[in-house]
Write a protein that binds this ligand. Structure first.
Ligand code: NAD
Ligand code: IPM
Ligand code: MN
Length: 351
């Protein structure tokens, strides 16, 4: 019997509603596959901020450094400015634990109504690999000449060779392992004339080591149009922090609902714990109604099982998700009337 120590951070809003369903399903998978979990529940959130003046304790990262993984709901809620909450909790975990590879699968699942015309399951099945530690998300910069007519805000993007090469290598390795062996790079080297030409240059250099991987690149503007018009073109799509963020909401938007999309924040070297969460946020507009779709959280749990070395358990959870999406209870975002708990229980039963 394997036991895993998991740091659980439900966080804010519907994070608090979908995380328990994730745990319910992982427990069911554990019973079936002989795994046990020690769930260490951490209250770090905007509520915690309002009481303590910070999003997590000062030694927060040290408290979870030796866990096997982190299972997170969502961070951010009205009452605390988003940049304060996110830079106080989510982003420090991603960076502090060198979770530089953000893996976000995009798949049209059987039974989910596709907003794009004439698309069926199998047509859309790709992975967004997002750089998760640097790029456009930087704290370098500031406001100048405040209160004058010359007032300005300046923020630097940071693209280091180390940071760019390691995410490109991760994406090429992934593309090489997949049947289609195709990698697309999101760029904008026509307009962003320093960092993006650098990104393209490193992409080309890295590609030389992967002759079997077919590559292409698109500027981010037309790439978003291709996501909508030609989603079947894509296999693995690699992008900077901001481009990857946008593409990983757009992709799931094209496959029906962002609420089912999972996200793995990986430290591939396994020097630090990796973190698993849904792509979506805390959805304050539906929080408290018990109608949040828990599938993104549960699918993130399936990715966590894979990462923990239990691929069969992960696949069983994904199969149970597929069955429920095809013919089980549905939350209102998918046109149904079921509750968060109904969906979680149905998936747990199907594992
Ligand atoms: P959001 O993803 O929270 O919500 C966008 C829309 O999708 C809303 O209408 C919401 O009701 C709906 N939605 C999202 N998840 C759903 C689910 N599981 N079931 C049903 N409907 C769902 O994005 P937002 O409104 O831009 O952000 C709200 C807050 O969440 C902000 O504070 C934002 O910064 C934060 N956020 C956090 C994360 C994270 O922790 N990783 C990710 C995105 C946004
Ligand atoms: C995500 C979110 C975060 C991001 C925000 C909340 C900082 O949108 O996980 O996709 O941009 O990384
Ligand atoms: Mn996002």
């Amino acid at each position: 019997m394997k036991t895993f120590r998991i740091a659980v951070i439900p966080g804010d809003g519907i994070g608090k509603e979908v995380v328990p369903e994730g745990i319910r399903v992982l427990e069911a998978a554990g019973r079936k596959f002989g795994l046990t979990f020690q769930w260490d529940l951490l209250p770090w959130s905007c509520e915690y901020f309002l009481a303590e003046g910070r999003m997590m304790p000062e030694d927060g990262l040290d408290r979870i450094r030796h866990h096997d993984a982190i299972f997170l709901g969502a961070v951010g809620f009205p009452g605390v400015p988003d940049h304060v909450s996110l830079w106080g909790l989510l982003i420090p975990i991603r960076r502090g634990f060198q979770q530089y590879a953000n893996v976000r699968p995009v798949r049209l699942m059987p039974g989910v109504k596709c907003p794009l015309a004439d698309r069926k399951p199998g047509d859309i099945d790709f992975v967004v690999v997002r750089e998760n530690n640097e790029g456009e998300y930087s704290s370098i910069g500031g406001r100048l000449y405040e209160g004058t007519e010359f007032e300005m805000a300046v923020q630097q993007s940071v693209f280091t060779r180390h940071g760019v090469d390691r995410i490109l290598k991760y994406a090429f390795d992934m593309a090489q392992r997949r049947p289609k062996q195709h990698l697309t790079s999101a760029t904008k080297s026509n307009g962003i004339a320093i960092t993006m030409p650098y990104w393209d240059e490193r992409f080309k250099a890295m590609g030389a080591a992967y002759p079997e991987v077919r590559t292409d690149q698109y500027h981010i503007d037309i790439l978003t149009a291709h996501f909508v018009r030609n989603p079947h073109w894509f296999d693995v799509v690699v992008g900077s922090n901001l481009f990857g963020d946008i593409l990983s909401d757009l992709g799931p938007g094209c496959t029906g609902t962002i609420a089912i999309a999972p996200s793995a924040n990986l430290n591939p070297e396994r020097e630090f714990p990796s973190m698993f969460e849904p792509v979506h946020g805390s959805a304050p507009d539906i929080f408290g109604k018990g109608i949040a779709n828990p599938v993104g959280q549960i699918w993130a749990g399936a990715m966590m099982l894979e990462h923990l070395g239990c691929p069969e358990a992960g696949q069983a959870v994904l199969a149970a998700i597929e069955t429920v999406l095809a013919s089980g209870p549905r939350t209102p975002d998918m046109g149904g009337t079921a509750s968060t708990e109904d969906v979680g229980k149905a998936i747990a039963q199907g594992v």
